[in-house]
Ligand binder design. Structure first.
Ligand code: ADP
Ligand code: MG
Length: 379
């Protein structure tokens, strides 16, 4: 019951905002509605209400409001989308026009999965929203922590089972290779079969190692750390990890030397290394001068923001949305563990946030926000 009342209250406030006299409130409400459309499961009636208002606001006298509408329309799953976008696609204001065009373009790029996300994902999202409504943000976070823990536990059990089989298999293949070496006249076809089998076992072992790293839970304490040396070490390790970094790659720092944070040093290093490795890899084969910028500055009294940007290949809208998912890779020999692990280290271990902005052909920026001090979890 309480939940229903809360939802009704929030919904009323949102709709009142969309109908507000002063345009600033209207614009704010449009942005909130856009967020809801993207992240919440909202019923068809509310979608209808929002769609009708968006259509009306697409002709609002203030261009700022129209621009927000152009942006917020992206995830509107209603037939009025077309009527609303048609109103502003030729808007007199350039910003509005540009935003509307972008929305239209992104809309066509969105996969079906995004517009009608699959039932399973929807269900989980619904459960989490429900939990948050009833018991607050902390409950949502706790549920995510538990889910993550169970996932890790399952993967670790599977890991040990598979390793038990893979290790002797690897050894057997090595023995076989040695023995065949001494036998005269072995057909080259057999040798190449053996080589391929060894390659597969190696790949499997690498995947297993990635899985193990991903599911290893943080051990050790948080310690006070100067940020600059951590970043420098991450950069050094990242570059030494890469066989052929682009010639002429410049890594530029802009890190305030006085910044100190509480962190689990080795985990934080791992996260930053993964991000820098991706940046270096994104710059591979670049015509122009490859450049990576690492900056860190105080964001507020309680948080620091670290950004790692590159002018590499960048990502399409769709790649950007997927890159944070486990096993998602855009590389021929990628594993898709780097970003998910970095996100987990930053968000679950360190209570921070990791966000990514990217433009295809232009570059990528990864922004990490971390608290200066770690609050010990009491539950
Ligand atoms: N800085 C970046 N520039 C362009 N693409 C990136 C960048 N960082 C990550 N990506 C994309 O995200 C994907 C997932 O990255 P990651 O999880 O580290 O896995 P992997 O590097 O093994 O592919 C990459 O394959 C790449 O397509
Ligand atoms: Mg990577």
């Amino acid at each position: 019951m309480k939940r229903a009342i809360m939802v009704a209250d929030e919904t009323r406030t949102l709709l009142e905002g969309l109908d507000a006299e002063d345009w600033v409130s209207t614009q704010e409400a449009v942005e909130v509605a856009g967020d809801w459309l993207r992240h919440r499961r909202i019923d068809s009636q509310l979608t209808e209400e929002i769609a009708g208002r968006f259509l009306r606001l697409a002709a609002h006298p203030k261009w700022e409001v129209r621009k927000s509408v152009a942006h917020a329309l992206l995830f509107l799953r209603h037939e009025l989308f077309h009527a609303a976008i048609a109103k502003i696609i030729e808007d007199e204001n350039t910003w509005v026009r540009e935003t509307a065009r972008k929305t239209l373009q992104r809309r066509t790029e969105l996969t079906r999965a995004d517009i009608h996300s699959d039932d399973h994902g929807d269900q989980i999202l619904g459960l989490l929203t429900d939990l948050e409504m009833r018991h607050g943000m902390r409950a949502r976070k706790a549920a995510l922590r538990i889910a993550d823990h169970l996932h890790s536990l399952f993967v670790r059990l599977a890991y040990h089972e598979i390793v038990r089989i893979i290790s002797p298999l690897d050894a057997s293949l090595m023995n076989l290779e040695r023995e065949l070496d001494e036998v005269p006249g072995v057909p080259s076809r057999s040798i190449s079969h053996l080589k391929r089998a060894k390659g597969r076992v190696k790949l499997l072992s690498e995947i297993l190692d990635g899985l193990r790293d991903f599911t290893t839970e943080m051990t050790g304490e948080f310690t006070p750390e100067n940020l600059l040396p951590v970043i420098k070490e991450a950069e050094e390790l990242a570059l030494s990890n890469i066989e052929h970094p682009t010639a002429g790659l410049v890594v530029h720092h802009d890190v305030d030397t006085s910044l100190r944070i509480e962190a689990n040093r080795s985990r934080l290093l791992q996260a930053i290394i993964n991000i820098i490795v991706n940046a270096v890899e994104a710059c591979q084969g670049l015509d122009q001068k490859a450049r990576i910028n690492i900056a860190a500055q105080r964001q507020s009294d309680s948080h620091v923001a670290i950004s790692i940007s590159d002018n590499g290949c960048g990502m399409s809208e769709e790649a950007l949305r997927d890159c944070i998912q486990l096993y998602t890779t855009g590389k021929r020999d990628g594993m898709g563990f780097g970003l998910p692990l970095a996100k987990k280290i930053i968000e679950i271990d360190h209570q921070g946030t990791l966000s990514i902005e990217s433009a295809e052909g232009e570059g990528t920026i990864v922004i990490i926000v971390l608290p200066f001090e770690q609050v010990r979890a009491e539950d």
